[in-house]
Design a protein around this ligand. Structure first.
Ligand code: ATP
Ligand code: MG
Length: 389
Protein backbone atom coordinates (compact mmCIF):
# COMPACT_ATOMS: atom_id res chain seq x y z
CA UNK A 1 0.00 0.00 0.00
CA UNK A 2 1.42 3.31 -0.95
CA UNK A 3 0.21 6.55 0.51
CA UNK A 4 -0.10 9.47 -1.82
CA UNK A 5 2.69 11.30 -0.16
CA UNK A 6 5.06 8.39 -0.66
CA UNK A 7 5.82 8.19 3.07
CA UNK A 8 4.86 4.59 3.34
CA UNK A 9 5.62 2.09 0.64
CA UNK A 10 4.26 -1.28 1.46
CA UNK A 11 2.84 -3.92 -0.80
CA UNK A 12 -0.90 -3.70 -0.98
CA UNK A 13 -1.53 -7.25 0.03
CA UNK A 14 -5.01 -8.35 0.84
CA UNK A 15 -5.92 -8.85 4.46
CA UNK A 16 -6.17 -12.62 4.89
CA UNK A 17 -9.12 -14.01 6.82
CA UNK A 18 -6.69 -16.35 8.61
CA UNK A 19 -4.56 -13.45 9.79
CA UNK A 20 -7.63 -11.67 11.04
CA UNK A 21 -8.96 -14.77 12.78
CA UNK A 22 -5.71 -15.32 14.58
CA UNK A 23 -5.35 -11.70 15.62
CA UNK A 24 -5.03 -11.57 19.38
CA UNK A 25 -7.43 -8.65 19.32
CA UNK A 26 -10.08 -10.27 17.16
CA UNK A 27 -12.26 -11.25 20.09
CA UNK A 28 -11.25 -8.26 22.14
CA UNK A 29 -12.53 -5.90 19.52
CA UNK A 30 -15.98 -7.36 19.80
CA UNK A 31 -15.77 -7.55 23.57
CA UNK A 32 -14.72 -3.94 23.84
CA UNK A 33 -17.39 -2.75 21.51
CA UNK A 34 -20.06 -4.65 23.43
CA UNK A 35 -18.88 -3.31 26.77
CA UNK A 36 -18.10 0.19 25.75
CA UNK A 37 -20.14 0.70 22.65
CA UNK A 38 -21.69 3.94 23.78
CA UNK A 39 -21.04 6.93 21.67
CA UNK A 40 -19.38 9.50 23.87
CA UNK A 41 -20.94 12.23 21.79
CA UNK A 42 -24.55 11.11 21.85
CA UNK A 43 -24.72 8.10 24.09
CA UNK A 44 -26.43 6.35 21.22
CA UNK A 45 -24.70 3.01 21.85
CA UNK A 46 -24.71 0.03 19.55
CA UNK A 47 -27.72 -0.30 17.34
CA UNK A 48 -30.24 -2.85 18.41
CA UNK A 49 -31.68 -2.94 14.92
CA UNK A 50 -29.59 -4.67 12.31
CA UNK A 51 -29.20 -3.10 8.94
CA UNK A 52 -28.54 -6.55 7.69
CA UNK A 53 -31.97 -7.97 8.36
CA UNK A 54 -31.33 -11.06 10.35
CA UNK A 55 -27.73 -11.56 9.24
CA UNK A 56 -26.48 -9.97 12.43
CA UNK A 57 -25.68 -13.23 14.16
CA UNK A 58 -22.61 -13.64 11.93
CA UNK A 59 -21.34 -10.10 12.38
CA UNK A 60 -18.15 -9.23 14.10
CA UNK A 61 -19.09 -5.60 13.88
CA UNK A 62 -22.30 -4.33 15.35
CA UNK A 63 -24.65 -3.30 12.58
CA UNK A 64 -24.45 0.40 11.71
CA UNK A 65 -27.00 2.48 13.57
CA UNK A 66 -26.98 5.38 11.20
CA UNK A 67 -30.20 4.24 9.52
CA UNK A 68 -32.08 5.71 12.45
CA UNK A 69 -32.22 9.38 11.59
CA UNK A 70 -33.82 10.34 14.90
CA UNK A 71 -30.64 9.52 16.71
CA UNK A 72 -28.51 11.79 14.61
CA UNK A 73 -27.47 15.27 15.46
CA UNK A 74 -28.31 17.99 12.95
CA UNK A 75 -25.97 17.80 9.97
CA UNK A 76 -22.79 19.70 10.72
CA UNK A 77 -21.17 21.70 7.92
CA UNK A 78 -17.61 20.75 7.03
CA UNK A 79 -15.12 23.02 5.31
CA UNK A 80 -11.74 22.03 3.84
CA UNK A 81 -9.10 24.40 2.48
CA UNK A 82 -6.61 23.05 -0.03
CA UNK A 83 -5.64 21.68 -3.36
CA UNK A 84 -7.75 20.61 -6.32
CA UNK A 85 -5.94 18.93 -9.18
CA UNK A 86 -6.18 16.36 -11.91
CA UNK A 87 -4.27 13.12 -11.82
CA UNK A 88 -3.00 11.56 -15.02
CA UNK A 89 -1.77 8.01 -14.64
CA UNK A 90 0.67 5.95 -16.66
CA UNK A 91 -1.00 2.78 -17.91
CA UNK A 92 2.06 0.58 -17.45
CA UNK A 93 4.27 0.27 -14.41
CA UNK A 94 7.83 1.41 -14.86
CA UNK A 95 10.19 4.13 -13.81
CA UNK A 96 9.44 7.78 -14.40
CA UNK A 97 8.30 9.62 -17.48
CA UNK A 98 11.47 9.65 -19.58
CA UNK A 99 9.81 8.09 -22.58
CA UNK A 100 6.56 8.44 -24.47
CA UNK A 101 3.88 6.30 -22.88
CA UNK A 102 0.16 5.63 -22.69
CA UNK A 103 -1.57 7.62 -19.98
CA UNK A 104 -5.09 7.58 -18.59
CA UNK A 105 -6.79 10.62 -17.17
CA UNK A 106 -7.47 13.32 -16.28
CA UNK A 107 -9.04 12.09 -13.04
CA UNK A 108 -10.42 14.63 -10.54
CA UNK A 109 -8.08 14.67 -7.54
CA UNK A 110 -6.46 16.48 -4.61
CA UNK A 111 -6.68 15.06 -1.08
CA UNK A 112 -9.00 17.79 0.29
CA UNK A 113 -11.19 17.52 -2.82
CA UNK A 114 -11.50 13.73 -2.44
CA UNK A 115 -12.36 14.19 1.24
CA UNK A 116 -15.01 16.79 0.40
CA UNK A 117 -16.46 14.68 -2.40
CA UNK A 118 -16.74 11.57 -0.22
CA UNK A 119 -18.33 13.52 2.65
CA UNK A 120 -20.84 15.12 0.28
CA UNK A 121 -21.73 11.74 -1.25
CA UNK A 122 -22.77 10.69 2.25
CA UNK A 123 -25.03 13.72 2.47
CA UNK A 124 -22.76 15.71 4.78
CA UNK A 125 -22.79 19.43 3.93
CA UNK A 126 -19.25 20.19 2.81
CA UNK A 127 -17.53 23.15 1.14
CA UNK A 128 -14.01 23.39 -0.25
CA UNK A 129 -12.00 26.59 -0.38
CA UNK A 130 -9.68 26.34 -3.37
CA UNK A 131 -9.06 27.51 -6.92
CA UNK A 132 -8.96 25.95 -10.37
CA UNK A 133 -7.80 27.35 -13.67
CA UNK A 134 -10.12 28.57 -16.39
CA UNK A 135 -9.50 25.32 -18.26
CA UNK A 136 -10.95 21.87 -18.85
CA UNK A 137 -9.11 20.36 -15.89
CA UNK A 138 -10.82 22.92 -13.69
CA UNK A 139 -14.21 22.32 -15.28
CA UNK A 140 -13.80 18.55 -14.89
CA UNK A 141 -13.22 18.97 -11.16
CA UNK A 142 -15.95 21.55 -10.67
CA UNK A 143 -18.48 19.40 -12.51
CA UNK A 144 -17.64 16.33 -10.43
CA UNK A 145 -17.66 18.13 -7.10
CA UNK A 146 -20.89 19.92 -7.90
CA UNK A 147 -22.58 16.73 -9.15
CA UNK A 148 -21.60 14.92 -5.95
CA UNK A 149 -23.07 17.66 -3.79
CA UNK A 150 -20.00 19.60 -2.67
CA UNK A 151 -20.55 23.32 -2.06
CA UNK A 152 -18.28 24.78 -4.77
CA UNK A 153 -19.12 28.43 -4.08
CA UNK A 154 -15.68 29.07 -2.54
CA UNK A 155 -13.73 27.64 -5.48
CA UNK A 156 -12.21 30.58 -7.36
CA UNK A 157 -11.58 30.40 -11.09
CA UNK A 158 -8.12 31.74 -11.76
CA UNK A 159 -7.65 33.23 -15.24
CA UNK A 160 -3.86 33.38 -14.92
CA UNK A 161 -2.91 29.99 -13.61
CA UNK A 162 -3.81 26.48 -14.80
CA UNK A 163 -5.54 23.85 -12.68
CA UNK A 164 -3.09 21.78 -10.61
CA UNK A 165 -1.95 18.43 -11.95
CA UNK A 166 -0.08 15.33 -10.92
CA UNK A 167 1.32 12.78 -13.37
CA UNK A 168 1.72 9.48 -11.59
CA UNK A 169 3.48 6.27 -12.53
CA UNK A 170 3.63 3.20 -10.36
CA UNK A 171 7.06 1.59 -10.24
CA UNK A 172 7.36 -2.23 -10.37
CA UNK A 173 7.71 -2.35 -6.56
CA UNK A 174 4.54 -0.29 -6.12
CA UNK A 175 6.20 2.97 -5.09
CA UNK A 176 5.48 5.93 -7.33
CA UNK A 177 7.06 8.63 -9.46
CA UNK A 178 5.26 11.96 -9.67
CA UNK A 179 5.47 15.10 -11.76
CA UNK A 180 3.52 17.72 -9.81
CA UNK A 181 2.22 21.14 -10.75
CA UNK A 182 0.54 22.34 -7.58
CA UNK A 183 2.35 25.27 -5.97
CA UNK A 184 2.36 27.30 -9.15
CA UNK A 185 -1.12 26.24 -10.20
CA UNK A 186 -4.42 27.97 -9.45
CA UNK A 187 -4.83 26.25 -6.09
CA UNK A 188 -1.39 27.41 -4.94
CA UNK A 189 -2.85 30.88 -4.42
CA UNK A 190 -5.66 31.52 -1.95
CA UNK A 191 -7.69 34.73 -1.97
CA UNK A 192 -10.19 35.39 0.81
CA UNK A 193 -13.21 36.59 -1.17
CA UNK A 194 -16.70 37.11 0.24
CA UNK A 195 -17.61 33.62 -0.93
CA UNK A 196 -14.61 32.15 0.90
CA UNK A 197 -15.44 34.10 4.04
CA UNK A 198 -19.04 32.86 3.92
CA UNK A 199 -17.92 29.24 3.57
CA UNK A 200 -15.47 29.56 6.46
CA UNK A 201 -17.86 31.45 8.73
CA UNK A 202 -20.66 28.97 8.08
CA UNK A 203 -18.63 25.90 9.01
CA UNK A 204 -19.17 23.78 12.11
CA UNK A 205 -16.14 21.65 11.41
CA UNK A 206 -12.78 22.21 9.70
CA UNK A 207 -10.90 19.29 8.18
CA UNK A 208 -7.19 20.00 7.66
CA UNK A 209 -5.08 18.03 5.20
CA UNK A 210 -1.36 18.12 5.95
CA UNK A 211 -0.62 18.02 2.21
CA UNK A 212 -2.26 21.43 1.93
CA UNK A 213 0.01 23.06 4.52
CA UNK A 214 2.78 23.93 2.11
CA UNK A 215 2.29 27.63 1.42
CA UNK A 216 2.19 30.51 3.90
CA UNK A 217 -1.27 31.77 2.95
CA UNK A 218 -2.92 28.36 3.11
CA UNK A 219 -1.23 27.55 6.40
CA UNK A 220 -2.38 30.84 7.91
CA UNK A 221 -5.95 30.42 6.67
CA UNK A 222 -6.18 26.87 8.04
CA UNK A 223 -4.83 27.89 11.45
CA UNK A 224 -6.99 30.99 11.66
CA UNK A 225 -10.07 28.97 10.63
CA UNK A 226 -9.31 26.23 13.17
CA UNK A 227 -9.24 28.85 15.93
CA UNK A 228 -12.44 30.51 14.70
CA UNK A 229 -14.36 27.23 14.35
CA UNK A 230 -13.27 26.14 17.83
CA UNK A 231 -14.16 29.49 19.36
CA UNK A 232 -17.76 29.03 18.23
CA UNK A 233 -17.98 25.52 19.59
CA UNK A 234 -17.05 23.66 16.40
CA UNK A 235 -14.54 20.87 15.88
CA UNK A 236 -11.40 20.15 13.87
CA UNK A 237 -10.14 16.96 12.25
CA UNK A 238 -6.61 16.61 10.89
CA UNK A 239 -5.04 14.10 8.51
CA UNK A 240 -1.28 14.80 8.45
CA UNK A 241 -1.02 13.15 5.01
CA UNK A 242 2.57 14.34 4.81
CA UNK A 243 5.97 13.38 3.66
CA UNK A 244 8.74 13.34 6.23
CA UNK A 245 10.72 15.69 3.98
CA UNK A 246 7.99 18.30 4.26
CA UNK A 247 8.35 18.21 8.02
CA UNK A 248 12.01 19.16 7.66
CA UNK A 249 10.68 22.63 6.96
CA UNK A 250 10.43 24.27 10.41
CA UNK A 251 7.51 26.42 9.24
CA UNK A 252 5.47 23.41 8.14
CA UNK A 253 6.29 21.44 11.27
CA UNK A 254 5.26 24.38 13.42
CA UNK A 255 2.06 24.76 11.40
CA UNK A 256 1.27 21.10 11.87
CA UNK A 257 1.86 21.32 15.61
CA UNK A 258 -0.47 24.32 15.79
CA UNK A 259 -3.17 22.44 13.90
CA UNK A 260 -2.63 19.43 16.16
CA UNK A 261 -3.23 21.56 19.24
CA UNK A 262 -6.65 22.49 17.84
CA UNK A 263 -7.45 18.95 16.69
CA UNK A 264 -10.37 16.94 18.09
CA UNK A 265 -10.18 14.02 15.66
CA UNK A 266 -6.74 12.97 14.42
CA UNK A 267 -6.49 10.70 11.35
CA UNK A 268 -2.85 9.71 10.76
CA UNK A 269 -1.79 6.71 8.71
CA UNK A 270 1.20 4.41 9.23
CA UNK A 271 4.26 6.22 10.63
CA UNK A 272 2.35 9.49 10.80
CA UNK A 273 0.93 8.43 14.18
CA UNK A 274 4.13 9.43 15.98
CA UNK A 275 5.28 12.05 13.47
CA UNK A 276 4.38 15.13 15.50
CA UNK A 277 5.12 13.61 18.90
CA UNK A 278 8.29 12.85 20.81
CA UNK A 279 7.21 9.24 21.33
CA UNK A 280 8.96 6.21 19.87
CA UNK A 281 6.10 3.75 20.27
CA UNK A 282 2.46 3.64 19.18
CA UNK A 283 1.27 3.54 22.77
CA UNK A 284 3.46 6.51 23.69
CA UNK A 285 2.28 8.49 20.68
CA UNK A 286 -1.38 7.83 21.50
CA UNK A 287 -0.86 8.86 25.14
CA UNK A 288 0.95 12.03 24.10
CA UNK A 289 -1.72 12.96 21.56
CA UNK A 290 -4.54 12.44 24.05
CA UNK A 291 -2.60 14.53 26.59
CA UNK A 292 -2.37 17.33 24.05
CA UNK A 293 -6.18 17.43 23.99
CA UNK A 294 -6.97 15.30 20.94
CA UNK A 295 -10.33 13.66 21.70
CA UNK A 296 -10.09 10.72 19.32
CA UNK A 297 -7.43 9.17 17.09
CA UNK A 298 -8.07 6.88 14.15
CA UNK A 299 -4.85 5.28 12.98
CA UNK A 300 -5.19 4.08 9.39
CA UNK A 301 -3.07 1.20 8.24
CA UNK A 302 -3.97 0.31 4.67
CA UNK A 303 -4.94 -3.33 4.13
CA UNK A 304 -4.26 -3.98 7.82
CA UNK A 305 -7.25 -1.87 8.77
CA UNK A 306 -7.53 0.94 11.29
CA UNK A 307 -7.53 1.42 15.05
CA UNK A 308 -9.50 3.89 17.10
CA UNK A 309 -8.31 5.34 20.39
CA UNK A 310 -9.77 7.76 22.88
CA UNK A 311 -9.23 8.21 26.60
CA UNK A 312 -11.33 5.13 27.39
CA UNK A 313 -11.34 2.96 24.29
CA UNK A 314 -9.08 1.08 21.91
CA UNK A 315 -11.11 -0.43 19.09
CA UNK A 316 -9.91 -2.20 15.96
CA UNK A 317 -11.58 -1.69 12.60
CA UNK A 318 -10.42 -4.56 10.40
CA UNK A 319 -9.95 -3.90 6.70
CA UNK A 320 -12.32 -5.57 4.30
CA UNK A 321 -10.46 -7.69 1.78
CA UNK A 322 -10.71 -6.41 -1.79
CA UNK A 323 -8.54 -6.59 -4.87
CA UNK A 324 -6.45 -3.42 -4.58
CA UNK A 325 -6.32 -1.64 -7.93
CA UNK A 326 -5.26 1.88 -6.96
CA UNK A 327 -4.53 2.78 -3.32
CA UNK A 328 -4.52 6.55 -3.82
CA UNK A 329 -7.43 8.22 -2.07
CA UNK A 330 -8.22 5.44 0.42
CA UNK A 331 -7.22 7.55 3.40
CA UNK A 332 -9.27 10.50 2.21
CA UNK A 333 -12.40 8.39 1.64
CA UNK A 334 -11.94 6.57 4.94
CA UNK A 335 -11.32 9.87 6.74
CA UNK A 336 -14.33 11.62 5.21
CA UNK A 337 -16.64 8.74 6.05
CA UNK A 338 -15.38 8.41 9.62
CA UNK A 339 -15.51 12.18 10.18
CA UNK A 340 -19.05 12.47 8.79
CA UNK A 341 -20.29 9.66 11.02
CA UNK A 342 -18.41 11.05 14.03
CA UNK A 343 -20.03 14.44 13.45
CA UNK A 344 -23.42 12.73 13.36
CA UNK A 345 -22.74 11.10 16.71
CA UNK A 346 -22.75 7.55 15.36
CA UNK A 347 -21.27 4.80 17.53
CA UNK A 348 -17.53 4.43 16.94
CA UNK A 349 -17.89 0.81 15.82
CA UNK A 350 -20.37 1.85 13.15
CA UNK A 351 -18.23 4.73 11.96
CA UNK A 352 -15.20 2.41 11.74
CA UNK A 353 -17.13 -0.23 9.82
CA UNK A 354 -18.48 2.24 7.28
CA UNK A 355 -15.13 4.03 6.96
CA UNK A 356 -13.39 0.70 6.34
CA UNK A 357 -15.94 -0.06 3.63
CA UNK A 358 -15.29 3.38 2.17
CA UNK A 359 -11.50 2.85 2.11
CA UNK A 360 -11.85 -0.62 0.62
CA UNK A 361 -14.21 0.55 -2.13
CA UNK A 362 -11.82 3.38 -2.90
CA UNK A 363 -8.83 1.10 -3.55
CA UNK A 364 -10.91 -1.18 -5.75
CA UNK A 365 -11.26 1.52 -8.46
CA UNK A 366 -8.67 3.17 -10.66
CA UNK A 367 -8.47 6.92 -10.09
CA UNK A 368 -8.23 8.73 -6.76
CA UNK A 369 -11.81 10.04 -6.61
CA UNK A 370 -13.48 7.27 -8.63
CA UNK A 371 -14.05 5.04 -5.61
CA UNK A 372 -16.20 7.39 -3.53
CA UNK A 373 -19.45 5.85 -2.32
CA UNK A 374 -22.86 6.90 -1.09
CA UNK A 375 -24.40 5.43 2.06
CA UNK A 376 -26.50 2.74 0.34
CA UNK A 377 -23.38 1.49 -1.47
CA UNK A 378 -21.40 1.35 1.79
CA UNK A 379 -24.18 -0.54 3.53
CA UNK A 380 -24.58 -2.91 0.62
CA UNK A 381 -20.84 -3.58 0.51
CA UNK A 382 -20.74 -4.21 4.26
CA UNK A 383 -23.72 -6.55 4.15
CA UNK A 384 -22.23 -8.47 1.22
CA UNK A 385 -18.83 -8.80 2.85
CA UNK A 386 -19.64 -9.08 6.49
CA UNK A 387 -20.53 -12.76 6.13
CA UNK A 388 -16.98 -13.48 5.00
CA UNK A 389 -15.56 -11.91 8.14
P1 ATP B 1 -3.81 7.86 1.11
O1 ATP B 1 -3.06 8.97 1.84
O2 ATP B 1 -3.02 7.19 0.05
O3 ATP B 1 -5.17 8.28 0.64
P2 ATP B 1 -3.72 6.67 3.74
O4 ATP B 1 -2.32 6.17 3.88
O5 ATP B 1 -4.06 7.95 4.42
O6 ATP B 1 -4.10 6.72 2.20
P3 ATP B 1 -4.66 4.02 4.25
O7 ATP B 1 -4.27 3.53 5.58
O8 ATP B 1 -3.88 3.53 3.09
O9 ATP B 1 -4.77 5.58 4.28
O10 ATP B 1 -6.17 3.59 3.96
C1 ATP B 1 -7.24 4.02 4.79
C2 ATP B 1 -8.16 2.86 5.09
O11 ATP B 1 -8.69 2.33 3.86
C3 ATP B 1 -7.50 1.67 5.79
O12 ATP B 1 -7.44 1.85 7.19
C4 ATP B 1 -8.42 0.53 5.37
O13 ATP B 1 -9.60 0.50 6.16
C5 ATP B 1 -8.81 0.92 3.95
N1 ATP B 1 -7.88 0.30 2.99
C6 ATP B 1 -6.74 0.84 2.48
N2 ATP B 1 -6.12 -0.04 1.66
C7 ATP B 1 -6.90 -1.15 1.65
C8 ATP B 1 -6.81 -2.44 0.99
N3 ATP B 1 -5.79 -2.74 0.16
N4 ATP B 1 -7.80 -3.34 1.20
C9 ATP B 1 -8.84 -3.03 2.00
N5 ATP B 1 -8.97 -1.86 2.66
C10 ATP B 1 -8.02 -0.94 2.49
MG1 MG C 1 -3.25 9.71 3.76
Amino acid sequence: MYCRSGIRCRLGRLASPEARQSSPDAGRTLGLSRRRGRSKRTGSGISAKSLFNGAASGLKWPAPAIGNRNRLEAMKKIVVIGEILVEIMADARGRGFLETMALTGPFPSGAPAIFADQAARLGQPCAIVSAVGNDDFGRLNLDRLRADGVDVSAIRIDDDRPTGSAFVRYRPDGSRDFVFNIRHSACGRIAVSDAVRAALDGADHLHVMGSSLSGGDIIALNIETAAAVKSRGGTVSFDPNSRKEILKSPAVREAMRKVLLATDLYLPSGDELALLTSADSERGAVAELLDLGVEAIVHKNGSEGARYYDAARDIRGPAIAVGEIDPTGAGDCFGATFTSLWLRGAAVEDALALASASGALSVAKRGPMEGVSDMPALRRFLSENIGAR
